[in-house]
Design a protein around this ligand. Structure first.
Ligand code: ZN
Length: 139
């Protein structure tokens, strides 16, 4: 059955991110000048404007910084998952990534909840990074 949700449009900047995701790896650009790790991918560091960037393997671990729950259906592909959450995940490396938290009820989501990445296969080319609750030692 065809994937019914919106898919990313691949370009020269985001292609390494999606190629890694297809292999089950989460990567982001990091700045060689100031160390900033960020999304979305682009030609310059948004913090210091350096063009000396490299792709970095991330731990896939982070925490929920914020989220919303959609009760209104905007995309037919989400109809069977209403209501669904869209969350901002603050990754351990500092980058902020928008995704969905799966494996937890929407009313169980909390600010600062530890999560870890998993990948939902969508097409032959695209796997979507999503996040699930990940208990941590000492938290
Ligand atoms: Zn920088």
């Amino acid at each position: 059955m065809a994937y019914a949700k919106p898919l990313p449009v691949l370009d020269v900047w985001n292609r390494p991110f999606w190629a890694a995701a297809r292999e089950g790896r989460l990567v982001a650009q990091g700045c060689e000048s100031c160390g900033h790790v960020f999304f979305p991918p682009g030609p310059v560091c948004p913090r210091c404007r350096s063009r000396t960037l490299s792709w970095r393997e991330l731990s896939g671990r982070g925490r929920i910084e914020s989220w919303v729950v959609f009760h209104q259906n905007y995309f037919k592909g989400f109809l069977n998952e209403m209501p669904y959450n869209v969350a901002m995940i603050r990754l351990d490396e500092g980058a902020l990534l928008m995704s969905n938290v799966v494996g937890a009820a929407n009313d169980a989501l909390r600010i600062d909840m530890p999560v870890e990445v998993m990948f939902e296969p969508a097409t032959d080319e695209i796997s979507i990074p999503k996040f699930r609750p990940a208990p941590r030692d000492g938290t």
